[in-house]
Write a protein that binds this ligand. Structure first.
Ligand SMILES: [Zn+2]
Length: 255
């Protein structure tokens, strides 16, 4: 069930499940409402795609203000399985983080930024230990069960019980468009069952299954069900456009 917002800021989608939880703020932002031009029109959050530094800074500032956050933390994402765990505000400078795809924090008011254009941003919240995480889950990350790795990291670092965790999967490549012609080479055989018709895969169901296998309750999972490649007005899609921007997904503990 979509829950769209554009109240005084850039248009973004909210998970109805996370929106019910008063301890967190979050937004899966679209490409609308920013200042970037051309192929990057308009709310691009990535400096690695050819867009200008000033435009990206303005876009990030608008998103931060929309959610009422003091700071954002992002990283150079590399489709790996490494994590950054931020437990003090000093660690929280944007782009100061190393090459990681799992962001975790206990710092209230610090927004965790994942940049994507077809890959999934998956947001986690542990209300018992007051921890949030945001994960960049592309097909390579799914191949190494990055979502399960995130749950196990939260368990070992914070004592998180998987049954307490909430997880929301944002707009990303849907089964309508997730074609992998070389899947025999690219995916472990265990993932081949997610083929919905020849060479097309349901990466949404894969994430749900990986999360429930890690111990999350189905009632604590939320899937946006919005395909980035189909949604040209709302979303950047690398698959569709190649030269394009990245939309931002942000979650934070409320300050
Ligand atoms: Zn699609």
């Amino acid at each position: 069930m979509a829950d769209w917002l554009a109240t005084g800021g850039p248009r973004h989608y909210r998970s109805p499940m996370l929106a019910e939880l008063p301890e967190v703020v979050h937004g899966f932002f679209t490409r609308q409402g920013g200042v970037s031009l051309g192929a990057y029109h308009s709310l691009n959050v990535s400096l690695a795609v050819g867009d200008g530094q000033e435009a990206v800074a303005e876009n990030l500032g608008r998103m931060r203000q929309t959610l009422g956050l003091g700071a954002l933390a992002g990283a150079a994402q590399v489709h790996g399985g490494r994590a950054a765990v931020i437990t003090s505000p000093d660690q929280a400078r944007l782009a100061a983080l190393p090459e990681v795809d799992i962001l975790v924090t206990t710092v209230p008011g610090l927004g965790l930024l994942i940049k994507q254009a077809d890959c999934q941003a998956v947001m986690f919240f542990d209300p018992v230990n007051r921890v949030v995480a945001n994960v960049h889950a592309g097909w390579r990350g799914q191949g190494i069960d990055i979502l399960g790795e995130t749950v196990r990291l939260l368990q070992s670092r914070f004592g998180t019980r998987p049954a307490d965790l909430y997880a929301a999967i944002g707009p990303s490549l849907g089964p309508c468009c997730a074609e992998f012609r070389n899947f025999r080479r690219e995916f472990p055989p265990a993932l081949w069952t997610y083929q919905v018709r020849p060479t097309y895969f349901d990466l949404w169901r894969l994430s749900r299954d990986q999360l429930t296998a890690a111990g999350l309750l189905p009632s604590h999972l939320d899937l946006a069900g919005l395909c980035t490649r189909c949604g040209a007005d709302d979303f950047y899609s690398y698959r569709r456009d190649k030269v394009t921007g990245r939309q931002g997904a942000i979650i934070a503990l409320k300050a």
